[in-house]
Design a protein around this ligand. Structure first.
Ligand code: COA
Length: 265
């Protein structure tokens, strides 16, 4: 059985971590499969809006929990590895998080049960996270004698330095409500309503232009933490390019001509 399920339904590709017996903890196999999927989406380039390519990706976990983070059986074996082998493994993990973080499609996280350690890290690289009311999060690594190193750049960007200092150090588990308060989660709903909440986001996302979405994701990454004057040239170049693009021209004309833009099915 594959450790990842990939299903397509209309404009949505759903990627499900599929090791429910270990609460979807990730090992080498999951890292390789998830990286291959995410890198392949990246290599496909920006979606064209032709209706052929997926427009939204959903990251989910099978069974009781979204993801219990790194597989502790696998990680505890690392002591038998050399420093170089440990570096190679950690590098593969970082590459997986990077590929997910820079996916050209909007990535929606569907969180039920626990999202701990790297599971909270996965939530951090999603654009939108919908969580069940009783979901629990936590940067639990320090409780295990380690630390959330690979996920830290993504987590600190999402939740800010203050919450990271509290939550990385206490390694305390926290609620979906708290996760929403610190910007890790965007909607909290009863578990039975997770898919309906995701569908509502999908309906919005498919009426936004695919190239504009990909461009906005790059733009956010490029301007984050920079002072406006430093990025003025970049932002001007970006809008100048999108205004004259086929998609930009179609979108603006569609509004003026009171018709649907080409990317709307
Ligand atoms: N790595 C490897 N195995 C894990 C795991 C992990 N991160 N998390 C859970 N498992 C395994 C358990 O060892 C158990 O295996 P067993 O059936 O052989 O005993 C199985 O998954 C089910 O776990 P269990 O704790 O019985 O399930 P639960 O539903 O009561 O609780 C969690 C689920 C996720 C809340 C709990 O397992 C947990 O806290 N896991 C540790 C998460 C963590 O701190 N991750 C950070 C890693 S850096």
């Amino acid at each position: 059985m594959s450790s990842l399920l990939i299903e397509r339904s209309g404009p949505v590709v759903r990627v499900t971590l599929n090791r429910p017996e270990v609460r979807n903890a990730f090992n080498e196999a999951v890292i390789a499969e998830l990286s291959a999927w995410a890198e392949n989406v990246t290599q496909d380039g920006s979606p064209t809006g032709s209706g052929q390519r997926a427009r939204v990706a959903v990251l989910a976990g099978a069974g009781k929990a979204f993801c219990a983070g790194a597989d502790l059986t696998w990680m505890s074996r690392m002591t038998a590895y050399s420093h170089e082998e440990n570096l190679r493994d950690a590098g593969a993990l970082a590459a997986m998080f990077n590929a997910l973080d820079s996916l050209p499609l909007p990535l929606i996280g569907r969180v039920q049960g626990a999202a701990l350690g790297g599971g909270t890290g996965l939530a951090a690289v999603c654009d939108i996270v919908v969580a069940a009311e009783d979901a629990t999060f936590g940067f639990t690594e320090a409780k295990l004698g380690i630390l959330p190193a690979v996920i830290s750049p993504f987590a600190v960007q999402k939740i800010g330095i203050s919450a990271a200092r509290e939550l990385f150090l206490t390694a305390a588990r926290f609620s979906a409500a708290r996760a929403k308060e610190i910007g890790l989660v965007h909607a909290v709903v009863p578990e039975a309503d997770l898919d309906a909440a995701i569908d509502a986001y999908v309906r919005e996302l498919v009426t936004s232009a695919p190239g504009a979405i990909t461009g906005a994701k790059h733009l956010i990454a490029a301007v984050a933490g920079r002072i406006p004057a430093e990025v003025a040239e970049l932002t001007a170049q970006t809008i100048a390019r999108h205004r004259v693009s086929a998609e930009g021209q179609d979108g603006m004309r569609a509004f003026l001509e009171k018709r649907k833009a080409g990317w709307i099915e």
